[in-house]
Design a protein around this ligand. Structure first.
Ligand SMILES: Cc1cc2nc3c(=O)[nH]c(=O)nc-3n(C[C@H](O)[C@H](O)[C@H](O)COP(=O)(O)OP(=O)(O)OC[C@H]3O[C@@H](n4cnc5c(N)ncnc54)[C@H](O)[C@@H]3O)c2cc1C
Ligand code: FES
Ligand code: FES
Length: 480
């Protein structure tokens, strides 16, 4: 395939002339593929969802649904995309389209192409198996193993969600001759290295980390992009037009995950979905974060490196990673350096990372603490930004707290450790009295602000409640 083309629904389409800042959504619609729509242009509604072939966890390739409004079209060069038009035709509907039609899952139809793409990704997920007879499906899973959270990034304003859920739960397994299911057995195409230059800016996909670091050394103002879930919003809503954009999401050096005897190392370019599935429960605290992080559509693209790279004080991973005492590995042309995450953030959206450095990975030291939790306080249960987030890592041995690490988000200009509270807990008996004393300190940590999400008083109060909630769930540890 021409490196500057994308395979869309089995047909190579040239990207010649596409500006580095044009979204895949706008480009697809310009190609006449108008199924995917724009509802928000900021990753909130899922009307723009399409499927992309990506390296799989259970099979060589997986169909992954993502928000076409956020990813630049040129970032998909050399890859395979399937839109709602590529799933089925009016005469031969794809099973997800048929179920949506017969169960009344579509009224005005604006959201439907996005829903069917998200639904198709879950339809093809290798791990989606029908639970054994007499087994109760996990929460929010259908009798066919369909995980309803696959649709958490899709909004419908007129049908109502029950018929859509009915359609999802009615799906069987793909037949043996299903073309897209068959595709999962083969390797996905590599994301071909290329450079595209237009008047409006340049976009480069280097082949390896060394090439990326050389580029950064000579162009320190270049913008790195991985999943583009923050970058796409900056481009669409804030008119960001970087002179040089460097795509690092497919760099092999940033896509490794190793569970060793003393450390777990997670590549910066792994998406939240990949991390969850590849860790497979090895870090229970992260299992607590992932389902509360945005929607499945966003998690399919959003990377751990991007979450630290954007350095938002209300990012969800930093409070958890602070509690886990994680370190960040920063790579530059001069070599790697490892920085404690607790020393990484220096001010509002400021970090110790130099412009010539790439976040290579995040390291989590082992053994993990026995009592962990992630509490996200937000206006909505799913797909919302946190008002306050708290990550806990405590160890209680024979009723005494022997380890206490607490990470906080949303209460200061940066994510912070609750060091005063940790000091109260350390060495103290794990009792209601200790928890009350520690909660009294926890509510004073940070310098929370009043804003449209929450008042400063509410944020502080939630910190104390969060510790009490942890205690309520783990009272028995005192007698262990
Ligand atoms: C609808 C929506 C909902 C969201 N909900 C949440 C949420 O619930 N919780 C949450 O925490 N976040 C949320 N986000 C924010 C976003 O998804 C995360 O911050 C995500 O982790 C960013 O990762 P990315 O790969 O998409 O980053 P990108 O957008 O590609 O990049 C973000 C920034 O990080 C830099 N960067 C990326 N990778 C690296 C690297 N390896 N080294 C150095 N710099 C790098 C980029 O230069 C850029 O400045 C949401 C975003 C959207 C659009
Ligand atoms: S247009 Fe709303 S998520 Fe893309
Ligand atoms: S069918 Fe109208 S918005 Fe969903």
């Amino acid at each position: 395939m021409n490196p500057l083309s994308t395979d869309v629904n089995g047909v190579a389409r040239s990207l010649d002339g596409a500006s580095p800042h044009v979204s895949a959504l706008d480009w697809l619609r310009d190609q006449g593929l108008t199924g995917a729509k724009e509802g928000c242009a900021e990753g909130e509604c899922g009307t723009c969802a399409v499927l992309v072939a990506r390296p799989g966890v259970d099979t060589p390739t997986e169909w992954v649904a993502l928000n076409a409004c956020l990813v630049p079209a040129v970032a998909l060069a050399g890859q395979e995309v399937v839109t709602s038009e590529g799933l089925g035709t009016p005469e031969h509907l794809h099973p997800v389209q048929r179920e949506m039609a017969v169960r009344g899952g579509s009224q005005c139809g604006y959201c439907t192409p996005g829903f069917v793409c998200s639904m198709a990704a879950e339809y093809y997920r290798a791990g989606r198996v029908q639970p054994a007879l007499a087994t109760v499906p996990p929460p929010d899973h259908g009798p066919n193993g369909f995980d309803l959270h696959a649709l958490s990034g899709n909004l419908c304003r007129c049908t109502g969600y029950r018929p859509i859920r009915d359609a999802a739960y009615a799906l069987g397994q793909p037949p043996d001759d299903d073309r897209l299911a068959g595709r999962c057995a083969a390797e996905p195409p590599p994301a071909t290295p290329f450079a595209v230059s237009r008047e409006s800016g340049a976009f480069v996909r280097p082949s390896d980390l060394a090439q990326t670091l050389d580029l950064l050394a000579t162009h320190p103002d270049a913008v790195l992009v991985a999943g583009c879930t923050d970058h796409g919003v900056e481009v669409n809503l804030r008119g960001d037009r970087p002179a040089l954009t460097i795509a690092i999401d497919r760099l092999p050096e940033l896509r490794t995950l190793e569970v060793g005897p003393t450390i777990i190392e997670i590549g910066a370019a792994l998406s939240l979905t990949e991390i969850e599935r590849r860790l497979d429960g090895a870090v229970p605290l992260l299992d607590g974060v992932v389902p509360q992080f945005a929607s499945r559509l966003i998690r399919n693209s959003a990377t751990i490196g991007g979450n630290l790279g954007t350095s938002s004080p209300i990012g969800d991973l930093p409070p958890a990673l602070l509690a886990l005492e994680a370190t960040v590995v920063l790579a530059s042309a001069e070599g790697d350096r490892e920085v404690l995450l607790a020393e990484y953030f220096t001010g509002y959206r400021q970090t110790v990372r130099r412009r010539t450095e790439v976040i290579r990975s995040v390291r989590i030291p082992l053994p993990l603490a026995g009592m962990t939790a992630f509490h996200k306080i937000a206006k909505r249960r799913f797909d919302d930004i946190s008002s306050v987030a708290v990550g806990f890592c405590l160890q209680v041995d024979h009723g005494v707290v022997t380890r206490a690490r607490i990470g906080l988000g949303g209460v200061a200009a940066t994510p912070i450790r609750a060091r005063g509270t940790e000091a109260v807990l350390m060495g103290a008996p794990w009792t209601a009295e200790t928890v009350e004393a520690a909660a009294a300190v926890l509510v004073t940590e940070g310098t929370p602000l009043d804003d449209h999400r929450a008042s400063a008083d509410y944020r502080s109060a939630m910190l104390g409640m969060s510790l009490r909630k942890l205690y309520a769930a783990n009272r028995m540890e005192a007698s262990a």
